[in-house]
Write a protein that binds this ligand. Structure first.
Ligand code: NDP
Length: 606
């Protein structure tokens, strides 16, 4: 029984909540597997070449042996916004180290056809106001975002000392000199007074552990290193003319596949999409940005206003209007409206959660009805329906994905939650049938639930020789998700233990960048050699985080995916993978006050 009255589908029929819950659990159970994250494999050995940079030739250079003021590891949005804020603060000597051949991070690597931001450009693309760029579309495509990264790099002079095609192999605190010693795979061995790390949450591509994956004799690649030499076309969506006579398999139907499948469907002789779990695909509603409209809204401080407005709307904060008006804010708007149907005296945490579930059931029925309305083949439409709550997996928004299944030659091969059975020399096997193909494209995602240091590729050694993995053996510990006890003059740029805002990661990065620049500037101005978070401050922050409601990853009835550690108990350590209990908007406000007070409470400057 629903707390908010009868729940209805778009066609007016009543939703049987009990039956729906049962169906969700059945679908989850089909997919649960004991090996969790271990089902995936890294791109090593025979697959190591998948990781080569197809976009920029590597140039030789002399190893660096100098001393820098600030080193930032990672040339994606985190490095760019932090570098920019440091330069604005007058800290000129900033060196960004990046494994790709240019700035961009995820947007450097992910150039697959159709790649596009899933969050509105106005809030997703950082430093628009500072660089004077007007996004061309509500959801900008990847080439524009990559170009914007380069724009930021040029605008703030970040290219001058950047080291591209360079991976950090060692990072060690030298207490005698109050310096970080950095080694890289290019033979560099230099020091830095301050080091910041923004390695990104999704940058290590992974492959599914499908039996026989080594055996395939045709061509294959991972979506994050798209092989345009093989397919033809380019990242701006030009037709992939070399696929006209090819039978192509794509394995995976997550957010990446949702964006590139329509392009493949248009280009391939035959396309086979191998699906384990369908994504929920709601309306995109992209459109060009009108310069006249933009000129009207782009008054000083506009992007910060938009960021704060989006975050407030999307996470249940207070906002008088919804500036972005998209699928993300709609989720929150609908939940709020549902909660408001409860009489005030009946609004308890339990009834509000039940109202959230009611809203979700109606939304997901809408999304499933959309499949029926678009996909012509009934069996295909049934297979494309997602049977889980919308936030169990990354919600997708697209206006051409479902339509792609109406294109002749495009076949959905649903595996009923089991995944691909086997790969052979000639193709892909599901339920005993071999689909012979010329090429397999792995849209199988990136490592998420693995240890930070495993994904970073180095394990920072802090004070007294303690490594970060030792320090975090029982879970992450920090102040604000940025400062870590025992790792002086080091800063972490990532969402966990801060705002933990997942629908718009750049907002987290923008605020961390302000904090880092302000803190480093203060240390330099006050002549402090070292900044370190006090033990008590770190303990207090952790205690505060643990008063919060925890996170979705512990939701046991979600279908497996990286949001819930592939359905496996993430262990006690994961209890600390949370955000500020009062939510992202409150966190950003708190952090702003912390910064502007000038007292840097919790940090010791020595
Ligand atoms: P995902 O991890 O989301 O998807 C991997 C896919 O591979 C899933 O559909 C998974 O199925 C499938 N898979 C895994 N193993 C098998 C198997 N053995 N047989 C068949 N299928 C299998 O990776 P993506 O690259 O799609 O997306 C990763 C993240 O990157 C997104 O969640 C999003 O956060 C981000 N992203 C953002 C975009 C944006 O903002 N514009 C665009 C694209 C990605 P199952 O679901 O059953 O595990």
């Amino acid at each position: 029984m629903s707390v908010t009255g009868p729940l209805t589908r778009p066609d007016g029929t009543v939703i049987d909540k009990t039956a729906l819950r049962r169906k969700y659990l059945e679908e989850r159970d089909k997919r649960l597997r004991p090996d969790g994250n271990d089902q995936y494999q890294r791109l090593t050995g025979r697959f190591a070449h998948y990781l080569e940079d197809p976009y920029t030739p590597r140039t030789e250079r002399e190893p660096k042996t100098d001393d820098c003021t600030v080193v930032f590891i990672g040339g994606g949005f985190g490095g760019l916004v932090t570098g920019a804020r440091l330069k604005e603060a007058g800290v000129d000597d900033v060196r960004i180290i990046e494994k790709g051949g240019d700035f961009g991070g995820t947007w450097y690597w992910n150039r697959y056809p159709g790649a596009q931001c899933d969050t509105a450009s106005m809030v997703y693309m950082p430093l628009l106001e500072e660089t004077g760029h007007m996004p061309t579309e509500k959801y900008a495509h990847a080439p524009e975002i990559l170009e914007h990264c380069q724009r930021i790099g040029k605008h703030f002079g970040l290219y001058e000392d950047a080291l591209f095609h360079t991976e950090v192999t060692g990072l060690q605190w030298d207490a005698q000199r109050s310096r970080w010693v950095i080694s890289t795979n290019r033979g560099d061995h230099f020091t830095a007074r301050f080091v910041a790390m923004g390695i990104g949450p999704l940058h290590v591509p992974k492959l599914p552990g499908i039996p026989g994956i080594d055996a395939f004799a045709g061509h294959s690649f991972h979506t994050s290193r798209w092989d345009y030499d093989y397919t033809g076309g380019d990242p701006s969506g030009a037709p992939m003319d070399r696929l006209a006579d090819k039978r192509v398999a794509i394995i995976g139907t997550g957010a990446t596949a949702v964006q590139c499948v329509p392009h493949l469907a248009r280009s391939c002789r035959e396309l086979f999409v191998f699906q384990r779990t369908p994504s929920s695909v709601d309306v995109r509603g992209n459109h060009p940005i009108d310069p006249e409209w933009f000129a009207g809204i782009a008054t000083p401080g506009w992007q910060r206003r938009w960021l704060e407005n989006f975050t407030a709307n999307q996470t249940g904060g207070v906002a008088a209007e919804d500036l972005v008006m998209d699928g993300w804010t709609e989720i929150a708007r609908r939940v709020r409206a549902k909660v408001m149907t409860l009489p005030a005296e009946e609004r308890t945490p339990m009834t509000m959660l039940a109202a959230f579930e009611d809203s979700d059931h109606e939304k997901m029925e809408e999304i499933r009805a959309r499949v029926d309305a678009i996909v012509e083949d009934r069996a295909t439409a049934e297979h494309l329906k997602a049977w889980y709550r919308q936030l169990c997996k990354r919600p997708c928004f697209h206006d051409e994905y479902l339509q792609a299944y109406n294109v002749p030659g495009t076949h959905l091969v649903d595996t009923d939650g089991k995944g691909v059975e086997r790969i052979t020399e000639h193709g892909v096997v599901v339920a005993g049938t071999e689909y012979q193909v010329d090429c397999i494209i792995y849209a199988s995602g990136f490592e998420v639930g693995t240890a930070y240091t495993r994904r970073a590729g180095y394990d920072p050694i802090g004070r007294d020789g303690v490594t970060l993995s030792e320090h975090w053996a029982d879970g992450m510990r920090s102040l604000h998700g940025i400062h870590v006890r025992g790792f002086p003059n080091a800063f972490f740029v990532q969402p966990t233990q801060g705002a933990n805002l997942l629908s718009n990661v750049p907002h987290n990065l923008t605020e961390s960048a302000r904090t880092i620049a302000t803190t480093i500037k203060h240390a330099l101005d006050s002549g402090a050699d070292e900044i370190e978070v006090g033990q008590e401050a770190e303990d207090r922050w952790i205690a505060l985080l643990l008063t919060g409601p925890g996170r979705m990853r512990r939701s046991p009835d979600c279908t497996p995916g990286y949001y819930n550690n592939e359905g496996q108990d993430p262990g006690r350590r994961a209890l600390l993978n949370v955000g500020y209990p009062a939510g992202p908007s409150a966190y950003f406000q708190y952090l702003d006050g912390w910064r502007t007070s000038g007292t840097f409470e919790g940090l010791e400057f020595r």
